[in-house]
Design a protein around this ligand. Structure first.
Ligand SMILES: Nc1ncnc2c1ncn2[C@@H]1O[C@H](COP(=O)(O)OP(=O)(O)OP(=O)(O)O)[C@@H](O)[C@H]1O
Length: 764
């Protein structure tokens, strides 16, 4: 076993801490220097105007580059350096959030980026396999002060295969796990464990599924993998971008700080509801309706719905031209045209031009017959040029255009879907394979979109092809994002103004960047060079193909949602993390093979995470009983620690539940040193129980997107997915199971949200 030392009160540490302080202070000085240099360069670039198009474009690249650098240098301020490796060869390396080099000398690394190959031993070395490491040191810092250190001497002579041998940096790990929660996820860069490191640094190509029980660090690993991939494959991924999909907006806010503190801001975080640009899917619908919309058969329904809009009239259509001339469009003519156009295989909107040609051709034939007929019975007297002119005129005729619009309307995805949902007849035509009850579930009045509609809108967009209006709207959206971006750059420049001022004070006039350029001017320049960040451009573009896609809580995705995501990632470079035992949605997946095989057959690999860092052993024992009821074959993850407190479990009269819950919440909230209390309740009772708790504890958050930084948060299981709290109260577990479409999975999720204490309040 590795020998550990470094307790806070250890006097031998005192000198060492002093030593380390010197080094760490030197690193912060360098960081300040780098930030000032970037701010100076940003200011210089923004001051320069004019020049050739190429010069302007280069300048704009530099502006983005320096703005991003300043952001990164600020983001790594906390815990800049957190580790040291002493090699058995006498070498010594400091490990931190970014790489810093000695630019005055031989470019030696002063601080090694945690993602660099040279840092890997920090996470992997054990006494049994020291990888050339003699000592691993974890440094603890607050602000810029070194507050403590822990050493592990990796000594093969005393190595033994104990349970903890597989844990690296145990003291630092336990300190991180026992720290109070803040309502925002923290990064784990200081204490990544070996099984997690393997996943984080796995190669870029291919589909990797990371299956792991609650609290095994799947979300943490997914985020660190995004940062690792961007570092290691920067060139490839900075142009295509990385997309991370999470289960809901509250979850995305919960994890939003992690990547910035790892100095990465280029990852697009989205929920399924946000994956169709221009649509905010906030409408609510029943679990059954959502489940139905998630089924793969909906792809066939939509294809049929599109075909249904390519109409053949029952009777000949009369088209009246200005001189009261009447043309007839016969059903057979339209059918023949429609079939020929369909055979081209083009998406509906893009095929419309061909349909127009076919129909106008047929109508022009009728006109030609009338005006060009040879009275002597010979060939038609009109020449090709005359016919072309007739066709041109017909195409511009409002009556002809109206007929074409009726027979083959150009449709937006929204129009197609809204019309389908609103009409039982259209549903009946498009969905003969569904039951009456399912068809009834699809029927609804227009008025907003649900998250389950988003994959259908996307599917519809594929079937329809994009028309010009959608492209114009997109250009407009991009323009507004560009403006935001321009303002963001100026904001950064303003933020670094004190540095500008100091610089200028020495040698001349004091001019801030924002005195020299405003957002509109900058916007013009951005537009020329299209300097939007990759993530922003990707966000506005429905059909963007990402370089890598990461899906968290992936077990919740429906087959239709998988279709959407696979379209966003044609290279099939994906990291999919989740736990099939936690599947809550009816349309979610009970098996990874089932979800993925339609797209990659068996070409996906499985990695498993087996240790729970969140859930203490006492709580995991309670959750394990529920897991066994879900599937006796499933094993819960091993807890890395015990909390020393047993969960409590109380049954009260049903009508006393609210009062008892308020009392328990008040007691548990008072017992929190710092940290957070989560109260998980059945969705059907969240308003009632939430109001009761808020009345007693006004600081409690409850609602559609409760603020997780509040000390007390009342939420449903769906909202609690992926989150954690120091203490958790689960109210009315029977109610949670009764309302859950997948039985006990939701209860399993609820029981595994606590890092320290769990209380269960049952209603008799
Ligand atoms: N190596 C580690 N060092 C420190 N903390 C860790 C480590 N691994 C995981 N954690 C912590 O454990 C907790 C659970 O991690 P995370 O939320 O990523 O788990 P999960 O597998 O996604 O859980 P769930 O399935 O419940 O969503 C988090 O607080 C995370 O920071």
């Amino acid at each position: 076993m590795s020998r550990q030392s470094g307790g806070a009160g250890d006097p031998a540490n005192h000198d060492e801490i002093g030593h380390e302080q010197e080094y760490v202070s030197m690193l912060y000085d360098r960081l300040d220097g780098l930030r000032e240099q970037a701010a100076r360069r940003l200011t210089d670039e923004l001051r320069n105007t004019g020049g050739t198009q190429q010069a302007r474009s280069q300048r704009d690249s530099s502006v983005s580059f320096y703005a991003e650098q300043i952001e990164q240098f600020s983001a790594v301020e906390n815990g800049l350096c957190f580790g040291r490796l002493d090699g058995s060869d006498g070498g010594r390396h400091y490990i931190g959030r970014i790489g810093i080099f000695d630019t005055s000398g031989d470019y030696d690394p002063l601080l090694i980026d945690w993602r660099a190959p040279a840092a890997r031993a920090f996470y992997l070395a054990t006494a049994a396999n020291p990888q050339g490491v003699r000592r691993r040191r974890h440094l603890r810092t607050r602000d810029r002060k070194v507050t403590g250190l822990n050493d592990e001497v990796l000594d093969i002579a005393t190595a033994s295969p104990t349970a903890h041998e597989e844990v690296t940096g145990e003291a630092s790990l336990l300190a991180a796990l026992n720290a109070g929660r803040t309502g925002r996820m923290r990064d784990i860069v200081e204490t990544i464990q070996a099984e997690q490191d393997r996943v984080i640094r796995a190669e870029l190509p291919g589909v990797m599924v990371v299956q792991g029980g609650p609290g095994t660090g799947k979300t943490a690993v997914a985020l660190h993998r995004a940062a690792y991939l961007l570092y290691t494959h920067r060139r490839e991924l900075s142009t295509r971008g990385v997309l991370l999909v999470g289960p809901n907006a509250t979850f995305l806010r919960y994890i939003s700080q992690v990547l910035p503190t790892l100095a990465e801001t280029g990852v697009l975080l989205r929920t399924q509801a946000d994956l169709f640009p221009g649509v905010a899917a906030r409408r609510v619908e029943s679990a059954e309706a959502a489940a139905l919309k998630g089924r793969a058969v909906l792809a066939d329904v939509l294809a049929a719905a599109v075909r249904d809009r390519q109409r053949v009239p029952d009777e000949p259509l009369e088209i009246e031209l200005p001189q009261r001339e009447i043309l007839h469009l016969h059903p057979e003519t339209v059918r023949a045209a429609r079939d020929r156009v369909r055979r081209s295989g083009r998406p509906h909107n893009l095929a419309r031009a061909q349909f127009d040609v076919e129909i106008v051709h047929a109508l022009a034939g009728q006109v030609a017959e009338r005006i060009g007929a040879d009275p002597l019975g010979g060939e038609n007297l009109l020449e090709e040029a005359d016919l072309a002119e007739i066709r041109r005129e017909l195409r511009d005729e409002p009556e002809v255009r109206a007929a074409l619009d009726e027979l083959w309307p150009v449709l937006t995805p929204q129009r197609l879907l809204a019309d389908l949902y609103a009409s039982p007849e259209r549903i009946a035509t498009a969905a003969p394979m569904l039951t009456d009850a399912d068809r009834e579930l699809l029927h609804r009045e227009p008025g907003g979109w649900t998250p389950a509609d988003v994959p259908l809108l996307d599917e519809a967009a594929e079937l329809l092809g994009e028309d010009d209006r959608a492209a114009a709207a997109r250009r407009e959206r991009i323009r507004s994002l560009q403006r935001e971006y321009a303002e963001g750059v100026l904001e950064i420049a303003r933020g670094s103004r004190s540095i500008d001022v100091e610089d200028e004070a020495e040698g001349g006039e004091i001019l801030g960047v924002t005195d020299l350029i405003d957002a509109d001017r900058l916007l013009e320049r951005q537009e020329e060079a299209d300097r939007l960040t990759t993530a922003q451009r990707a966000a506005a573009d429905r059909s963007w193909a990402f370089g890598h896609v990461i899906v968290d809580e992936a077990q919740e995705l429906s087959p239709m949602a998988w279709r959407l995501l696979m379209r966003r990632c044609p290279s099939r470079s994906m990291t999919i993390v989740g736990d099939v035992a936690q599947t809550g949605a009816l349309s979610g997946t009970p098996s990874w093979g089932e979800a993925l095989e339609p797209y990659v057959a068996r070409r996906w690999r499985l990695e498993e995470l087996t240790v729970s860092y969140r859930t203490p052993a006492e709580i995991m024992a309670v959750a394990a009983e529920v897991l066994a009821e879900i599937d006796p074959e499933l094993r819960p993850p091993r807890s890395v620690r015990a909390a020393g407190v047993s969960p409590w479990d109380l049954t009260v009269d049903g009508d006393r539940l609210a009062a008892e819950l308020v009392e328990a919440a008040t007691r548990e909230a008072a017992d929190l040193a710092d940290g957070r209390l989560g109260v998980i309740v059945p969705a059907g009772r969240v308003d009632e129980l939430g109001a009761a708790i808020v009345a007693a504890l006004p600081e409690a958050a409850v609602g559609e997107q409760p603020e997780l930084e509040n000390r007390v948060v009342v939420l449903t299981v769906a909202q609690a997915k992926g989150l954690e709290f120091d203490t958790v109260l689960v109210a009315d577990p029977g109610g949670i199971v009764a309302e859950s479409p997948r039985g006990r999975s939701d209860l399993y999720v609820a029981l595994t949200r606590a890092t320290q204490r769990l209380g269960i309040l049952r209603a008799a």
